[in-house]
Design a binder for this molecule. Structure first.
Ligand code: PLP
Length: 404
């Protein structure tokens, strides 16, 4: 049988159309550079949507994965394994958490978190305490429960009936939360910086007030750190910079540095409610995934990596301001470390995707966060030369869109 031509056209033939990928097909990556089938080179400011925190094919991650590949691939949770235990120990040693649940993605980590929040309230206060409060524009994944807790109706429209008992209030509006929270609330769920929603940081006073309201109402505070976690903001987890500690935290994306893994972190007070048999995942704690994550976490959780994030952030902002001085295209640039969002001026609202396509033509990978924000989530160790060169490409891409 002849081999099929594997190109972008084949995507439209054989893939469910829920994605619309760019026209080229990337085949190789090293550091913050990627090459496509035709040999074109790209600078990567997208980082696999905040996943490749150590760039592409980091040699220590590759070595760890190859070593583990010769030892043990999979067991299921009928048995535990050394890589999962090592990773759990590293996570508990370096965060507020005492207990870890492993899964394969962000949505699954949140699913576990929301189930745990409900179960903890059920066990300790009774079945009436089941309401979850979350925030408008928030994003928590694409399962039915997580799109329901997420605050963007477009992601659940057409999939109803959605799970009930969920209320959405405006982000950074403590009065709105005060009006919504009650003794029926089992959890408040938030991102320390709303990522998909447009790179909107939580006001630190707001985050502190959310914690206080949770405590006053016996509700758990769940931080979704799937995008902000594992070094993205320059802290290992963003809660450390906010000075607000959640009861449950979810992590995925950068945790595996590109290998799929998710984790739910919880305190000893709440974790027992996910007792034996209450929840599970065949692949959760997979030895290959946990080996890579254990290595990624230890490399990222260092002065060398975390300490450089603020400087790289400053370079990104400086370069974006230079572009803006020339083209007057951004109304605001917001960021937390290397989670960066540049909101387009009103005339370009709804058209952010045009800039993504133009950047690709210039040899640059960027992201959007909704229809009006250009988002960048590069490797935490992207070289300064790559930032400068990428920004030259971005400037050309913007000039090209504006001239069209
Ligand atoms: C804050 C946040 N939560 C959850 C998710 C879902 O993660 P995953 O796509 O791995 O299920 C994402 C993904 O973008 C995210 O940014």
């Amino acid at each position: 049988m002849s081999q099929p031509t594997v190109d972008r056209a084949l995507f439209d033939q054989v893939m469910v159309p829920n994605y619309n990928p760019q026209q080229m097909v990337p085949v190789r990556g090293r550091g913050s550079r990627v090459w496509d089938q035709a040999g074109n080179e790209y600078i990567d400011f997208a980082g696999g949507i905040a996943v490749n925190a150590l760039g592409h094919c980091h040699p220590e991650l590759v070595a760890a994965l190859k070593d583990q590949a010769d030892e043990l691939w999979h067991l299921s949770n009928t048995f535990t394994n050394e890589p999962a235990l090592r990773l759990a120990k590293q996570l508990t040693d370096n965060t507020f958490a005492d207990k870890i649940f492993f899964c394969n993605s962000g949505a699954e980590a949140n699913e576990a978190a929301f189930k745990l929040a409900r179960k903890f309230a059920y066990d300790n206060f009774g079945p009436e305490k089941n309401e979850i409060i979350s925030f408008k524009q928030g994003f928590h994944g694409r399962t039915l429960f997580t799109v329901s807790v997420g605050g963007q109706p477009k992601y659940r429209e057409g999939f109803e009936p959605a799970p009930g008992g969920i209320t959405h209030v405006p982000f950074n509006d403590i009065e709105a939360l005060k009006s919504a929270i009650s003794d029926k609330t089992c959890a408040v769920v938030m991102e320390p910086i709303q990522g998909e929603g447009g790179v909107i940081p939580a006001d630190p006073d707001f985050a502190k007030a959310v914690r206080e309201l949770c405590d006053a109402n016996n509700a758990l505070l769940v931080f979704d750190e799937i995008q902000t976690g594992v070094g993205r903001t320059g802290e290992l987890y963003a809660y450390m910079g906010l000075g607000v500690t959640p009861d449950i935290l979810t992590s995925a994306k950068a945790l595996g540095g590109g290998f799929p893994v998710g984790a739910m972190l919880a305190t000893d007070r709440v974790a027992p409610s996910l007792g034996f048999g209450t929840h599970g995942s065949t692949y959760g704690g997979n030895p290959l995934a946990c080996t890579v994550a254990d290595k990624a976490l230890s490399l990222i959780n260092s002065k060398e990596v975390l300490g450089a994030v603020a400087e790289k952030n400053a370079l990104f902002i400086e370069e974006l301001n230079k572009i803006n001085a020339k083209h007057n295209i951004f109304s605001e640039v917001r960021s937390g470390g290397l989670l960066i969002g540049a909101e387009l001026v009103e005339a370009w609202h709804g058209k952010a995707a045009q800039f993504l396509a133009a950047a690709r033509e210039e040899g640059l990978m960027i992201l959007v966060a909704g229809p009006k924000v250009i988002r960048m989530t590069p490797s935490l160790i992207i070289p300064d030369e790559d930032i400068r060169e990428g920004m030259e490409k971005l400037e050309r891409a913007i000039a090209r869109v504006l001239a069209a």
